[in-house]
Design a binder for this molecule. Sequence first.
Ligand SMILES: Cc1ncc(COP(=O)(O)O)c(C=O)c1O
Length: 356
Amino acid sequence: MNLAKKAKTKLAAMTTVKLCFLPTPLEKMRNPSPLFKDVNIFFKRDDQTGLAMGGNKARKLEWIMADVLKKKAKSIITWGGLHSNWCRQVAAAANICRVKPILILLKKPGSQVTFDDGNPLLDSIFSADIRICQVGEKQKLMELAGIKDIVDLIYKEEEEKGNKPYIAPIGGSLLEGSMNRPLGALSYVNAFLEILQQAESQQVSFDALVAATGSGSTHAGLLAGAKIFSPQTKVVGISVSEDKTTISRYIKTIARETLTGLGVDKKIEPEDIIVFTDYIEEGYGILNKETANKIRLVAETEGLLLDPVYTGKAMVGLLDLIDKGYFKKGENVLFLHTGGTPSLFSYGKELREFFR
Ligand SMILES: Cc1ncc(COP(=O)(O)O)c(C=O)c1O
């Protein structure tokens, strides 16, 4: 059996819990602005995965919740920023699986806690057990280090109550907590196959996929998928939080573990990891005028909603790369819309000010 066939068979044999509406639509941009300079842009609508207002985390949770149930856990502990899409979707998936969601929301100095809109409102509608944890400016959201004490404390509490806990790392792939396989990234190898099938039926082949990169898990899964099934397709990440060294290390580690998990003996070479860190601008979750303008541009031309933290910044990156000639006229580029739309409402006031 060849490598691709072997990986496909292995992937298909893994247990998942159905949480998403798949396949998500893949469609060509309808009214490209001149800024796209005749690069053919397509959208993969993972904002439409269905679970709790959609987004990329829903795919990942199909794999993660299967592991939670296999390990007979009764609660799932995870963490993220105050406006975390990941935490919102964990809460919804956990409720479906009758597992208690415990969300540690990390509050950085100067940020306001409000449950009146966006993801925090949805977390509370899902009745998640929410713990607000004040952290320093330098705390890395991705890493367990720095918040391990609070995670351990909650873990113990749950154990004592007889609620066997499962620790799911932010982003759903880093091998920390209770996870011994990069489950989130495996779901994006599967998504890559879904994209290839749709590309075939639409008679198009993609030169590149572009996506927002946070923990690196979606990127790593797509990269592993490209390595196995379509090495000529570039996977291009637009980092929204981490510097180049850190995010490249995450992507490499997760992609390597993903390939190993699929029994594929292929190396991730440094040139395979294409990630741009120039569009983080003022920092993670900080909205700027350019991102606000690109959100509006896509809303006006495509009737499509991007978000201020991830996909808006990825669109800034895509357009800038087109402007610089990185993507060329006639190339087919797929923009993965990873969701995040609920946080539009948390940024409503700032967006309106930028639009003035
Ligand atoms: C809307 C959205 N897009 C992209 C990402 C980045 O995904 P990943 O953590 O897999 O890099 C996230 C992560 O939280 C997200 O919420």
